[in-house]
Ligand binder design. Sequence first.
Ligand SMILES: [Zn+2]
Ligand SMILES: [Zn+2]
Length: 167
Amino acid sequence: MKGLQFDLLDLAPEGKTLEGDLECAEFDLNELLRRTFTAPIHYQLKLTPINGGHDLLVQGTLSSRLTVICDRCDEPFDWKLTVPEICHEYENAFGTTVDLTDDLREDILISFPQQFLCREDCQGLCPQCGKNLNLGPCDCPETTEDSAEEFPAEESPWSGLDRLRLP
Ligand SMILES: [Zn+2]
Ligand SMILES: [Zn+2]
């Protein structure tokens, strides 16, 4: 059986608590770019029948560990995954087998930050020589105002408009 599937034929009215570990491959999360799971995905889930036992409520948490690549300096670092508040409802689930795999994979991916940074103030790489500036300054000449324009530190929200080409 792949992923997290539960047979609900014998789910008691008071529900059931499940805890265990699953390999990331079970969630199809083993081939993520720049993010590698270094521990199984630990789940703690409570399955409760609701609406007179027709529907199923799933609540709980997920946790794991990953090695991720910093999006600024390209160095790998450890990152702890925590999905603190899982909450899903499944209609007419009672008496069937319910598959939580897709919804939980989604929960995991949504919990990733838009940008992984090894530290809040990561200095990144020098745009000219590529040196990791966290290890110290490089020998490139000081950025003058001209080159500062070539490598804007932050794009203004309107800069995308300049690139728009209307037919
Ligand atoms: Zn970094
Ligand atoms: Zn440099």
